[in-house]
Design a protein around this ligand. Sequence first.
Ligand code: ADP
Ligand code: ZN
Ligand code: MG
Length: 477
Amino acid sequence: MQFEAVIGLEVHAQLQTRTKIFCGCTPAFGAPPNSHTCPVCLGMPGALPVLNADAVDKAIAAALALGCTVHEVSEFARKNYFYPDLPKGYQISQFDRPIATGGQVDLEVDGQAVHVGITRIHMEEDAGKSLHEGTGDPNLTGIDLNRAGTPLIEIVSEPDLRTAAAAAAYFTYIRDVLVAIGVNDGNLEEGSLRCDANVSVRPRGQAAFGTKVEVKNVNSFRYLQKAIEYEIARQSAVVGEGGSIAQETRLFDPDAGRTFSMRSKEEAHDYRYFPEPDLPMLVLAPGQVARVRAAMPELPAARRARFVAQYGLPAYDAGVLTQDPEVAGYFEAVAAVAPAKLASNWVMGDVLRTLKEQDVAIGTCPIAPAALAELLGLVDAGTISTAAARQVFETMWATRESASVIVEREGLTQVGDESALLAHVATVVAANPDAVASYQAGRVQAIGALVGQVMKLTRGTANPKVVHALIQRHLDA
Ligand code: ADP
Ligand code: ZN
Ligand code: MG
């Protein structure tokens, strides 16, 4: 039997606000346990929540960026459950009246169009954390409530995804959008962005969905893909042998590369949701949505399309350059002065590679966009060769000098003058009889090796086109 997977994701994103959602504490990852708490986020009896206005604006921004309808009126609700890291015994969330519904994301995955509906976005508070290590006693579990009350949005997708790769691409898209609009820091490792995957399988051609399993808290894009692939294989095998899938919550073990059962899944009614009596209805101010919309920066997809239209870049370049808003900004600053395709080649190539090799962030790149543009101007004008430009780039990186200063001092101006190059051509031809014989036997490409030798001899200052022509003339004579 052939199976098809059905996948829906629930993404939790911490909103980058200065303070928590219902109190004035600052959230701080990695701070000493319980150092960022107050009676409200500790869940003391009688302490009352006050909604953070900036969290509302950030939830609205996320909703708009994902094409959702933002509701003028929404409502907070209590989600009741017992867990040690939840001091009140309930989480303040939204239930039947979320802040936004009905969005969509359109992607291309492996050449296929993928449409993902967004069911809803709701606001809620994060819980604390249980610390099973570092309490000084292996029999003790500590409770750290620094994270309790951190503002979250939960983005729930429709069960529209069909492959693990599409699910990972969708999650990546959500991350890129939230980071671009400054709503989330995109840090999966620290847990500020988390994803639960709902996965089921059904025989190909069957309309009804199968029973779903929820895989919780997968903290990388690669693990998400692996966890879903594992689930699809596991469930297909069970159903293929005539078995049935238990509705449950599972966890992914990255070391074993498999999921395992955590608990049977609770139903919504188990949470005894009811409207939060300590908060009024959330009623947006007139013009609030329009204000957030007006302040929204360009989204990655729009920027990618603009890079193609405005700079005439291939879609591939536009995709690479817009992955990180700071890289995109750097490129635009270079392309404002230098030819766009040349700028794209250098930013995607030498700049990104060297940043990675040296573990430097683009924000502190030793070569400023204007400095790179000057270097590229020299290449474009034919003043220096690409090979020489590579050397200049390295020196610029190390010394922060300008390109023209280095070119002048090191005598790297391109030599296109034939008479200055003829002697080098003769030397190289005499020293490489094999390449010459190969050329004369009909392997025209053999000339490339000879050009390379002349470039080496001239420390990259020769004009390779002129050298090529000279060698050809020499050999054909
Ligand atoms: P629950 O009531 O268990 O929370 P929901 O209907 O709210 O379930 O859906 C939670 C998530 O599971 C959503 O992202 C949704 O798209 C996804 N989902 C729902 N049904 C299925 C299914 N049969 N297979 C895979 N995913 C599903
Ligand atoms: Zn607090
Ligand atoms: Mg649900």
